[in-house]
Design a binder for this molecule. Sequence first.
Ligand SMILES: Nc1nc2c(ncn2[C@@H]2O[C@H](COP(=O)(O)OP(=O)(O)O)[C@@H](O)[C@H]2O)c(=O)[nH]1
Ligand SMILES: [Mg+2]
Length: 395
Amino acid sequence: MLKNFFKFGKKKKGKEEQKSELENQLDKEIQESEDEIQKIKKETEKEIKKAADEILKKDNKISENSKVENGNVESKLDESNFEKREKTKKKPKLKPLKDRLATPKKGFFGKLKEALLGKTIDDDLYEELEELLIQSDIGMNMTMQLVEELEKSVSRKKLKTSEQIYDELKELLKAKLVYSDESNTKLKLQDGKLNILLIVGVNGVGKTTSIGKIAKKLKDSGKKVIIGAGDTFRAAAIEQVEEWGKRTGVEVIKQAHGSDPAAVIFDTVKTAKNRGFDVAILDTAGRLHNKRDLMKELEKINKIIREQSGETDFETLLVIDSTTGQNGLEQARIFNEIVDLTGIILTKFDGTAKGGIIFPITEELKKPIKFIGVGEGIEDLREFDTKEFVEAMFD
Ligand SMILES: Nc1nc2c(ncn2[C@@H]2O[C@H](COP(=O)(O)OP(=O)(O)O)[C@@H](O)[C@H]2O)c(=O)[nH]1
Ligand SMILES: [Mg+2]
């Protein structure tokens, strides 16, 4: 099969030209989708600003109302008008997952269907399949493995039609997500104690946004939630957490920009414990410039969590941006080495026409996908469901 893969370059010219035309067309369409996303993003930001201004006008007492023990820890438990409004607002109906995934018809799964269905099963077909799998970010290793498995199944099960092959591939891919079965994709939360969610990952992958979305979900389900603004390296990062705190009506523990992240974690866990919170969600900075520093910092944070909460068993969730492809896999490897990951959050599934990275990540890390992010909105985080996901991708 490897041999077949490298045969691409020697294909007939007519086919090559057709292919490159198709690729150009595809690039154009992807670019258009990206432009569209940017447009929607700008409009949403405007709307949020407008809403925030209105609230500020009506309620100029959105104040930092309680100072917790430690002098520079501020908390915001004010039930602002914003929160009241959020509460009384009708819950928007969730769109089906397939409508939230990025242009799947133009992406890998759409192309796969096109490439496979109605075709005769020959070497060309397998070649095309390999190429598509690699383009989807599934990676070279898993592609080779998948195609080999597929060929074996075809001869063992005596599959004759491309429809049968298509279904078989779907099953093989589903099996790659075996670590994300129902028993472990749910957050491990216990009643009557403090549950900790430590959120890690490199800069810009969507940690803070996912924290906001999770806080909202948990709060809606009746949990008492607190967030620790553990990314102290950028002032904007702290403000961003506060903004999510306001939007969700969840208390945020923060310290000044530049202070020790471990101190924020300390304050958050201590406050959560003392005041009987159900869940503490801890944000962290995602600097990956030096593996040793990152390891030291995360070790320190882990130690503080264990000491302050008395818990050794808590969720450490790695956030990965699904649009970063193989780079995301590399980040996953590094974090998996230095912390005990309990699960993965894959973000920006609405922004990628690829998304195949989900398969090698799950298989290599042997960790469940807990959530996927499908947009920037507060509701745009889905609990991961393997079957729903594969069906949506192949639909
Ligand atoms: N389209 C899309 N954008 C997202 C998603 N999750 C996060 N983002 C955006 O990604 C950017 C970085 O997110 P942020 O939470 O600040 O990342 P952090 O640095 O890891 O905390 C922001 O513009 C978010 O709105 C998602 O699921 N879909
Ligand atoms: Mg952040």
